[in-house]
Design a protein around this ligand. Structure first.
Ligand SMILES: NC(=O)c1ccc[n+]([C@@H]2O[C@H](COP(=O)([O-])OP(=O)(O)OC[C@H]3O[C@@H](n4cnc5c(N)ncnc54)[C@H](OP(=O)(O)O)[C@@H]3O)[C@@H](O)[C@H]2O)c1
Length: 314
Protein backbone atom coordinates (compact mmCIF):
# COMPACT_ATOMS: atom_id res chain seq x y z
CA UNK A 1 0.00 0.00 0.00
CA UNK A 2 1.38 3.40 -0.95
CA UNK A 3 1.38 6.13 1.66
CA UNK A 4 1.53 9.82 0.86
CA UNK A 5 1.58 13.11 2.72
CA UNK A 6 -2.06 14.12 2.88
CA UNK A 7 -2.41 17.54 1.27
CA UNK A 8 -0.16 19.98 3.10
CA UNK A 9 -0.56 18.16 6.43
CA UNK A 10 2.13 16.06 8.09
CA UNK A 11 -0.14 13.00 8.00
CA UNK A 12 1.51 10.12 6.17
CA UNK A 13 -1.58 8.21 5.21
CA UNK A 14 -2.47 5.21 3.11
CA UNK A 15 -3.71 6.17 -0.38
CA UNK A 16 -6.92 4.32 0.45
CA UNK A 17 -8.94 4.88 3.62
CA UNK A 18 -11.47 2.61 5.28
CA UNK A 19 -14.92 3.96 6.13
CA UNK A 20 -16.52 2.44 9.21
CA UNK A 21 -20.09 3.42 8.34
CA UNK A 22 -21.38 -0.14 8.29
CA UNK A 23 -19.28 -1.97 10.88
CA UNK A 24 -21.62 -1.30 13.81
CA UNK A 25 -24.55 -3.44 12.62
CA UNK A 26 -27.98 -1.83 12.89
CA UNK A 27 -28.79 1.91 12.84
CA UNK A 28 -31.29 1.69 15.71
CA UNK A 29 -30.60 2.16 19.40
CA UNK A 30 -30.08 -1.52 20.19
CA UNK A 31 -26.67 -2.26 21.76
CA UNK A 32 -23.70 -3.65 19.89
CA UNK A 33 -23.74 -7.44 19.76
CA UNK A 34 -20.80 -9.82 20.08
CA UNK A 35 -21.23 -11.14 16.56
CA UNK A 36 -21.11 -7.59 15.12
CA UNK A 37 -18.01 -6.84 17.22
CA UNK A 38 -16.36 -9.97 15.85
CA UNK A 39 -17.21 -9.14 12.23
CA UNK A 40 -16.00 -5.57 12.69
CA UNK A 41 -12.66 -6.75 14.08
CA UNK A 42 -12.23 -9.16 11.19
CA UNK A 43 -12.70 -6.51 8.51
CA UNK A 44 -10.60 -3.94 10.41
CA UNK A 45 -7.70 -6.38 10.77
CA UNK A 46 -7.95 -7.17 7.06
CA UNK A 47 -7.74 -3.45 6.29
CA UNK A 48 -4.76 -2.99 8.62
CA UNK A 49 -2.98 -6.03 7.16
CA UNK A 50 -3.53 -4.63 3.66
CA UNK A 51 -1.75 -1.42 4.71
CA UNK A 52 -4.69 0.89 5.45
CA UNK A 53 -3.80 3.30 8.26
CA UNK A 54 -6.62 5.86 7.85
CA UNK A 55 -10.12 5.21 9.20
CA UNK A 56 -13.21 7.33 8.63
CA UNK A 57 -16.12 7.55 11.07
CA UNK A 58 -19.12 9.73 11.89
CA UNK A 59 -20.90 10.06 15.19
CA UNK A 60 -24.13 8.90 13.53
CA UNK A 61 -22.85 5.69 11.91
CA UNK A 62 -24.95 2.84 13.23
CA UNK A 63 -26.14 5.25 15.89
CA UNK A 64 -22.65 5.46 17.41
CA UNK A 65 -22.07 1.69 17.35
CA UNK A 66 -19.52 1.88 14.51
CA UNK A 67 -17.21 4.01 16.67
CA UNK A 68 -17.80 1.68 19.62
CA UNK A 69 -17.07 -1.42 17.54
CA UNK A 70 -13.88 0.19 16.24
CA UNK A 71 -12.60 0.79 19.77
CA UNK A 72 -12.51 -2.99 20.29
CA UNK A 73 -9.20 -2.83 18.43
CA UNK A 74 -7.45 -1.22 21.41
CA UNK A 75 -8.36 -4.14 23.68
CA UNK A 76 -5.90 -6.49 22.01
CA UNK A 77 -3.60 -3.87 20.48
CA UNK A 78 -3.48 -0.59 22.45
CA UNK A 79 -0.26 0.39 20.61
CA UNK A 80 -2.27 0.69 17.37
CA UNK A 81 -3.69 4.07 18.32
CA UNK A 82 -0.34 5.76 17.64
CA UNK A 83 0.05 3.97 14.30
CA UNK A 84 -3.23 4.88 12.65
CA UNK A 85 -5.21 8.00 11.84
CA UNK A 86 -8.77 8.43 13.05
CA UNK A 87 -11.19 10.78 11.37
CA UNK A 88 -14.75 11.37 12.46
CA UNK A 89 -17.57 13.68 11.40
CA UNK A 90 -20.23 15.67 13.22
CA UNK A 91 -23.11 18.00 12.43
CA UNK A 92 -25.97 15.63 11.57
CA UNK A 93 -28.71 15.27 14.17
CA UNK A 94 -32.13 13.65 13.83
CA UNK A 95 -34.09 15.75 11.31
CA UNK A 96 -31.62 18.63 11.39
CA UNK A 97 -28.08 19.71 10.63
CA UNK A 98 -26.21 21.47 13.41
CA UNK A 99 -22.87 23.31 13.16
CA UNK A 100 -23.40 25.25 16.39
CA UNK A 101 -20.41 25.52 18.73
CA UNK A 102 -22.29 23.68 21.44
CA UNK A 103 -23.16 20.75 19.18
CA UNK A 104 -19.70 20.43 17.63
CA UNK A 105 -18.05 20.32 21.07
CA UNK A 106 -20.57 17.86 22.44
CA UNK A 107 -20.34 15.63 19.38
CA UNK A 108 -16.55 15.44 19.57
CA UNK A 109 -16.68 14.48 23.24
CA UNK A 110 -19.17 11.74 22.36
CA UNK A 111 -16.96 10.38 19.58
CA UNK A 112 -13.85 10.45 21.78
CA UNK A 113 -15.71 8.48 24.42
CA UNK A 114 -17.05 5.86 22.00
CA UNK A 115 -13.71 5.56 20.20
CA UNK A 116 -11.96 5.34 23.57
CA UNK A 117 -9.25 7.78 22.63
CA UNK A 118 -8.25 11.23 23.81
CA UNK A 119 -7.64 12.77 20.39
CA UNK A 120 -8.92 12.70 16.82
CA UNK A 121 -6.54 13.12 13.95
CA UNK A 122 -9.23 14.72 11.81
CA UNK A 123 -12.68 16.19 12.35
CA UNK A 124 -14.99 16.87 9.39
CA UNK A 125 -18.23 18.83 9.33
CA UNK A 126 -20.56 16.24 7.86
CA UNK A 127 -23.21 18.02 5.72
CA UNK A 128 -23.72 21.75 5.17
CA UNK A 129 -25.93 23.36 7.83
CA UNK A 130 -27.66 26.33 6.19
CA UNK A 131 -28.08 27.87 9.63
CA UNK A 132 -24.32 27.79 10.17
CA UNK A 133 -22.77 30.72 11.99
CA UNK A 134 -19.14 30.37 10.95
CA UNK A 135 -17.93 32.44 13.90
CA UNK A 136 -19.24 29.64 16.14
CA UNK A 137 -17.50 26.96 14.10
CA UNK A 138 -14.30 29.00 14.43
CA UNK A 139 -14.64 29.12 18.20
CA UNK A 140 -15.33 25.40 18.39
CA UNK A 141 -12.35 24.50 16.16
CA UNK A 142 -10.00 26.66 18.23
CA UNK A 143 -11.18 25.09 21.48
CA UNK A 144 -10.76 21.61 20.01
CA UNK A 145 -7.32 22.39 18.64
CA UNK A 146 -5.93 24.07 21.73
CA UNK A 147 -7.26 21.35 24.01
CA UNK A 148 -5.49 18.76 21.84
CA UNK A 149 -8.74 16.95 21.07
CA UNK A 150 -8.49 17.45 17.28
CA UNK A 151 -5.37 17.87 15.13
CA UNK A 152 -6.75 18.61 11.64
CA UNK A 153 -10.04 19.88 10.27
CA UNK A 154 -12.07 19.48 7.12
CA UNK A 155 -15.54 19.39 5.64
CA UNK A 156 -17.73 17.02 3.72
CA UNK A 157 -20.26 17.61 0.92
CA UNK A 158 -19.41 21.33 0.75
CA UNK A 159 -19.09 23.57 -2.28
CA UNK A 160 -16.38 26.20 -2.79
CA UNK A 161 -18.39 29.18 -1.53
CA UNK A 162 -19.37 27.32 1.63
CA UNK A 163 -15.71 26.59 2.29
CA UNK A 164 -14.77 30.21 1.52
CA UNK A 165 -17.38 31.43 4.00
CA UNK A 166 -16.01 29.11 6.67
CA UNK A 167 -12.44 30.16 5.93
CA UNK A 168 -13.32 33.82 6.50
CA UNK A 169 -13.63 32.95 10.20
CA UNK A 170 -11.89 29.64 10.87
CA UNK A 171 -8.13 29.99 11.54
CA UNK A 172 -7.30 26.34 10.90
CA UNK A 173 -6.67 25.13 7.36
CA UNK A 174 -9.40 23.07 5.75
CA UNK A 175 -7.47 19.97 4.69
CA UNK A 176 -10.22 17.66 3.42
CA UNK A 177 -13.54 17.60 1.62
CA UNK A 178 -15.29 14.22 1.60
CA UNK A 179 -17.54 14.03 -1.47
CA UNK A 180 -19.57 11.42 -3.31
CA UNK A 181 -17.58 10.19 -6.30
CA UNK A 182 -17.45 6.90 -8.16
CA UNK A 183 -17.25 5.80 -11.79
CA UNK A 184 -21.05 6.11 -11.92
CA UNK A 185 -21.28 9.37 -9.93
CA UNK A 186 -19.11 11.83 -11.81
CA UNK A 187 -20.98 15.14 -11.67
CA UNK A 188 -17.90 17.05 -10.51
CA UNK A 189 -15.91 15.65 -13.47
CA UNK A 190 -18.64 15.92 -16.15
CA UNK A 191 -19.25 19.64 -15.75
CA UNK A 192 -15.55 20.37 -16.26
CA UNK A 193 -15.42 18.27 -19.42
CA UNK A 194 -18.60 19.75 -20.95
CA UNK A 195 -18.10 23.44 -20.26
CA UNK A 196 -20.70 25.84 -21.67
CA UNK A 197 -22.82 23.27 -23.51
CA UNK A 198 -26.60 22.91 -23.76
CA UNK A 199 -26.63 19.45 -22.18
CA UNK A 200 -27.30 18.07 -18.72
CA UNK A 201 -23.68 17.02 -18.20
CA UNK A 202 -22.65 20.66 -18.58
CA UNK A 203 -24.60 21.74 -15.51
CA UNK A 204 -22.22 22.81 -12.80
CA UNK A 205 -23.96 21.61 -9.66
CA UNK A 206 -21.10 21.97 -7.22
CA UNK A 207 -19.43 25.32 -7.98
CA UNK A 208 -16.43 23.55 -9.61
CA UNK A 209 -15.50 21.77 -6.41
CA UNK A 210 -12.95 19.51 -8.10
CA UNK A 211 -10.84 22.39 -9.43
CA UNK A 212 -11.37 24.42 -6.27
CA UNK A 213 -10.01 21.59 -4.09
CA UNK A 214 -6.99 21.19 -6.34
CA UNK A 215 -6.35 24.92 -6.27
CA UNK A 216 -6.54 25.05 -2.48
CA UNK A 217 -4.69 21.76 -1.78
CA UNK A 218 -7.79 20.27 -0.20
CA UNK A 219 -7.79 16.48 -0.39
CA UNK A 220 -10.97 15.01 -1.86
CA UNK A 221 -12.05 11.80 -0.13
CA UNK A 222 -14.46 10.04 -2.52
CA UNK A 223 -17.25 8.33 -0.57
CA UNK A 224 -19.31 5.40 -1.87
CA UNK A 225 -16.64 4.47 -4.44
CA UNK A 226 -18.56 1.32 -5.46
CA UNK A 227 -22.12 2.58 -5.42
CA UNK A 228 -24.33 4.19 -8.05
CA UNK A 229 -27.07 6.69 -7.24
CA UNK A 230 -27.55 7.55 -3.60
CA UNK A 231 -26.82 4.22 -1.87
CA UNK A 232 -28.55 2.23 -4.62
CA UNK A 233 -26.01 -0.58 -4.63
CA UNK A 234 -22.75 -1.56 -6.27
CA UNK A 235 -22.28 -1.05 -10.01
CA UNK A 236 -19.71 -3.85 -10.22
CA UNK A 237 -21.15 -7.13 -11.57
CA UNK A 238 -24.50 -5.34 -11.81
CA UNK A 239 -26.54 -6.19 -14.95
CA UNK A 240 -27.72 -2.56 -15.08
CA UNK A 241 -24.21 -1.61 -16.28
CA UNK A 242 -23.27 -4.23 -18.92
CA UNK A 243 -20.91 -2.11 -21.03
CA UNK A 244 -19.16 -0.65 -18.00
CA UNK A 245 -18.60 -4.06 -16.40
CA UNK A 246 -17.30 -5.50 -19.64
CA UNK A 247 -14.75 -2.68 -19.92
CA UNK A 248 -13.72 -2.84 -16.26
CA UNK A 249 -13.34 -6.63 -16.44
CA UNK A 250 -11.17 -6.42 -19.56
CA UNK A 251 -8.90 -3.80 -17.98
CA UNK A 252 -8.78 -5.83 -14.75
CA UNK A 253 -7.59 -8.84 -16.75
CA UNK A 254 -4.86 -6.77 -18.44
CA UNK A 255 -3.57 -5.63 -15.05
CA UNK A 256 -4.07 -9.05 -13.40
CA UNK A 257 -6.28 -7.61 -10.66
CA UNK A 258 -9.99 -7.79 -9.81
CA UNK A 259 -12.73 -5.46 -11.05
CA UNK A 260 -12.92 -4.11 -7.48
CA UNK A 261 -9.30 -2.94 -7.72
CA UNK A 262 -9.99 -1.19 -11.03
CA UNK A 263 -12.93 0.77 -9.56
CA UNK A 264 -10.53 2.21 -6.97
CA UNK A 265 -7.57 2.56 -9.37
CA UNK A 266 -9.82 4.78 -11.52
CA UNK A 267 -10.18 7.22 -8.63
CA UNK A 268 -6.49 7.04 -7.72
CA UNK A 269 -5.49 7.81 -11.32
CA UNK A 270 -7.01 11.29 -11.12
CA UNK A 271 -4.18 13.77 -10.51
CA UNK A 272 -6.14 15.48 -7.70
CA UNK A 273 -4.45 12.94 -5.32
CA UNK A 274 -7.75 11.77 -3.89
CA UNK A 275 -8.07 9.36 -0.99
CA UNK A 276 -11.00 6.98 -1.68
CA UNK A 277 -12.88 5.78 1.40
CA UNK A 278 -13.98 2.12 1.12
CA UNK A 279 -17.15 1.00 2.85
CA UNK A 280 -17.32 -2.69 2.04
CA UNK A 281 -17.56 -4.99 5.04
CA UNK A 282 -16.39 -7.94 2.99
CA UNK A 283 -12.73 -8.73 3.86
CA UNK A 284 -11.95 -10.11 0.40
CA UNK A 285 -13.23 -6.89 -1.23
CA UNK A 286 -11.08 -4.86 1.13
CA UNK A 287 -8.02 -6.87 0.04
CA UNK A 288 -8.99 -6.57 -3.63
CA UNK A 289 -9.50 -2.81 -3.31
CA UNK A 290 -6.05 -2.39 -1.84
CA UNK A 291 -4.49 -3.97 -4.93
CA UNK A 292 -5.42 -0.71 -6.63
CA UNK A 293 -2.52 0.98 -4.91
CA UNK A 294 -0.17 -0.91 -7.26
CA UNK A 295 -2.13 -0.15 -10.46
CA UNK A 296 -1.66 2.95 -12.60
CA UNK A 297 -4.26 3.17 -15.33
CA UNK A 298 -3.20 4.75 -18.59
CA UNK A 299 -4.92 7.93 -19.72
CA UNK A 300 -6.69 5.87 -22.43
CA UNK A 301 -7.93 3.27 -19.93
CA UNK A 302 -9.22 6.01 -17.63
CA UNK A 303 -11.23 7.60 -20.46
CA UNK A 304 -12.44 4.21 -21.75
CA UNK A 305 -13.97 3.49 -18.34
CA UNK A 306 -15.49 6.98 -18.17
CA UNK A 307 -17.10 6.49 -21.60
CA UNK A 308 -18.28 2.94 -20.81
CA UNK A 309 -20.19 4.40 -17.85
CA UNK A 310 -22.41 6.16 -20.41
CA UNK A 311 -20.56 9.47 -20.63
CA UNK A 312 -19.64 11.20 -23.87
CA UNK A 313 -16.87 13.58 -24.76
CA UNK A 314 -17.88 16.79 -26.55
N1 LIG B 1 -19.45 12.09 3.95
C1 LIG B 1 -20.59 11.51 3.65
O1 LIG B 1 -21.65 12.13 3.54
C2 LIG B 1 -20.58 10.03 3.46
C3 LIG B 1 -21.71 9.37 2.95
C4 LIG B 1 -21.65 7.99 2.79
C5 LIG B 1 -20.49 7.28 3.12
N2 LIG B 1 -19.43 7.95 3.64
C6 LIG B 1 -18.17 7.23 3.99
O2 LIG B 1 -17.72 6.53 2.86
C7 LIG B 1 -17.57 5.15 3.17
C8 LIG B 1 -17.88 4.35 1.96
O3 LIG B 1 -19.25 4.51 1.59
P1 LIG B 1 -20.17 3.27 1.24
O4 LIG B 1 -20.10 2.32 2.36
O5 LIG B 1 -21.47 3.76 0.77
O6 LIG B 1 -19.31 2.82 0.00
P2 LIG B 1 -18.98 1.64 -0.93
O7 LIG B 1 -17.72 1.04 -0.47
O8 LIG B 1 -19.05 2.21 -2.28
O9 LIG B 1 -20.20 0.67 -0.81
C9 LIG B 1 -20.32 -0.29 0.09
C10 LIG B 1 -21.53 -1.13 -0.27
O10 LIG B 1 -21.42 -1.67 -1.58
C11 LIG B 1 -21.31 -3.08 -1.50
N3 LIG B 1 -20.25 -3.49 -2.42
C12 LIG B 1 -19.03 -2.96 -2.52
N4 LIG B 1 -18.35 -3.57 -3.50
C13 LIG B 1 -19.16 -4.50 -4.03
C14 LIG B 1 -19.02 -5.43 -5.07
N5 LIG B 1 -17.88 -5.55 -5.76
N6 LIG B 1 -20.07 -6.20 -5.33
C15 LIG B 1 -21.21 -6.11 -4.63
N7 LIG B 1 -21.39 -5.25 -3.60
C16 LIG B 1 -20.38 -4.45 -3.30
C17 LIG B 1 -20.95 -3.36 -0.08
O11 LIG B 1 -21.40 -4.61 0.33
P3 LIG B 1 -20.43 -5.54 1.23
O12 LIG B 1 -20.26 -4.82 2.52
O13 LIG B 1 -21.19 -6.79 1.34
O14 LIG B 1 -19.16 -5.67 0.45
C18 LIG B 1 -21.65 -2.25 0.67
O15 LIG B 1 -23.03 -2.55 0.81
C19 LIG B 1 -18.50 4.92 4.37
O16 LIG B 1 -18.12 3.79 5.13
C20 LIG B 1 -18.34 6.21 5.11
O17 LIG B 1 -17.17 6.16 5.90
C21 LIG B 1 -19.46 9.29 3.79
Amino acid sequence: MQTYPLGTSDLKVSRIGYGAMSIGGSWDDTPLTDSVRKMALQVLHTALDAGINFFDHADIYCNGKSEEAFAELWKESPHLRQQIYLQTKCGIRKDCFDFSKEHILEAVDGSLKRLRTDYLDVLLLHRPDTLVEPEEVAEAFTILETSGKVKYFGVSNQNPMQIELLCKYVKQKIFFNQLQLSITNTGMIDAGINVNMQIDRSINRDGSILDYCRLKDIVIQPWSPFQYGFFEGAFLDNPKFPELNQKINAIAKDHSVTNTAIAIAWLLRHPAHMQPILGTTNPQRVKDSCQASGVTLTREEWYQIYLAAGNKLP
